[in-house]
Structures are given as structure tokens and as C-alpha cells.
Unconditional design. Structure first.
Length: 201
């Protein structure tokens, strides 16, 4: 249920985040080990590179490691009514810059309807992709686990493997698209969090 006072707080927060976006300023976040304040530890994982050509697939001129769908629980990670913040102004999505990576257009737009580990709602607006693959995005999270809703301007990049990578405090977050779904992994130390989202606009 959305309480009016909560929505007011979210609107104010989103407005300040958008002001930062429009001003071209990157907003820093604290370097914290457990970004979501989860009460139970995330599953311990070991991240390794692909070991055979069959583990990689071409994506618009790039190489992208294809993750087995079994490692992502669609029913748990995709939540249609997940809510983060209401932006004070519409977020403008630019066309890819001339010379931008071939899969830039697929990333541009608003992604949502998902929650990190099925717990913390997440919306991502991929706003701009430059010729050198630099990405400007607006990153929003809903409230939960002792944290308020947040909205930040982020700067990442599309790497040679066709993925978006962006550092969020002490964590590295990677996004990629498979079959119209945006997958995400957030790695902080040995804690791995996952999400799946669909394009909203």
C-alpha cells in the first residue's frame, strides 16, 4: 500500500536525483559491504570466465556470456507491481550517439518490474549511450531492509562483451539482455545478488 507521506518523500527524493541528472552531476553513494542491509547472508559464489566457445553468444557485434536460465528464478525475481520512486519530471531517453555500440538501442529506455533477490524493487532508466560506449542512467530502488527509497544518477559503460557495467559504491553491477529480459548481477565481495527486469518504455 502506498501511503501519501511515503509518496511525498519518494517524490522529493526523485526530484533531487533528477536535478542531479539534468545538471550532469554524478551522485556518490557510500561504500558499504551489504548494500541492501539483508538480514540473511547472500549465497556464496565463485565467479569464473567461460571455458568454451559454446558458453558465449554474439550480441550485436559483441561477445556476451550467456547465463543459464536455471540460475535465475523468474517467479522470485520478476514482480510486476514492484514500486520504487515517482520521478518529478519525465526522464528523457536519447537516441544512441553515432558510432555507439551496436546493442545500445536495446538498452535505452526504462526497465523495471523486478527486485534484487526478490526483496528490493529496482527501476533503471538507461538514458544515453555515447559513441565510446559510456552510459548515463538513473538508478532507483524501493524501500526495504532498513533503507529508504533512493534515486541516483550513475555512469557506466558498455564493455567489449556487450554488457553494461557500473560501480555502485563498493559493488560492481553488470546488466545484459537475453530474449528481451534485462538480467542483472550485483557482486560485493563474495555476495552475489540477482535481478530480472522487463522494458517498460
Amino acid at each position: 500500500m502506498r501511503h501519501s507521506w511515503m509518496r511525498g518523500a519518494f517524490l522529493a527524493l526523485a526530484a533531487s536525483g533528477l536535478s542531479a541528472c539534468l545538471g550532469g552531476i554524478e551522485v556518490p553513494i557510500p561504500d558499504i559491504a551489504n548494500p541492501f542491509g539483508m538480514q540473511t547472508p547472500a549465497r556464496q559464489v565463485t565467479v569464473s570466465a567461460p571455458t568454451s566457445k559454446s558458453e558465449a553468444s554474439a550480441v550485436a557485434g559483441h561477445r556476451s556470456t550467456r547465463v543459464a536460465s536455471a540460475s535465475f528464478d523468474r517467479d522470485a525475481l520478476m514482480i510486476a507491481d514492484c514500486y520504487t520512486v515517482d520521478p518529478y519530471k519525465p526522464i528523457r531517453i536519447a537516441k544512441p550517439a553515432p558510432g555507439a555500440p551496436g546493442n545500445a538501442a536495446a538498452y535505452l529506455g526504462q526497465w523495471g518490474g523486478g527486485a534484487w533477490d526478490g526483496r528490493v524493487c529496482h527501476d533503471l532508466w538507461v538514458m544515453e549511450v555515447s559513441a565510446d560506449g559510456k552510459v548515463l542512467m538513473f538508478d532507483a530502488h524501493g524501500p526495504g531492509y532498513r533503507q529508504d527509497a533512493t534515486g541516483f544518477l550513475r555512469r557506466g559503460e558498455i564493455t567489449p562483451d556487450g554488457r553494461i557495467r557500473v560501480r555502485k559504491g563498493g559493488a560492481m553491477v553488470t546488466y545484459w539482455i537475453e530474449d528481451g529480459v534485462l538480467y542483472g548481477e550485483r557482486l560485493s565481495g563474495q555476495q552475489l545478488h540477482r535481478i530480472m527486469m522487463r522494458k517498460k518504455s
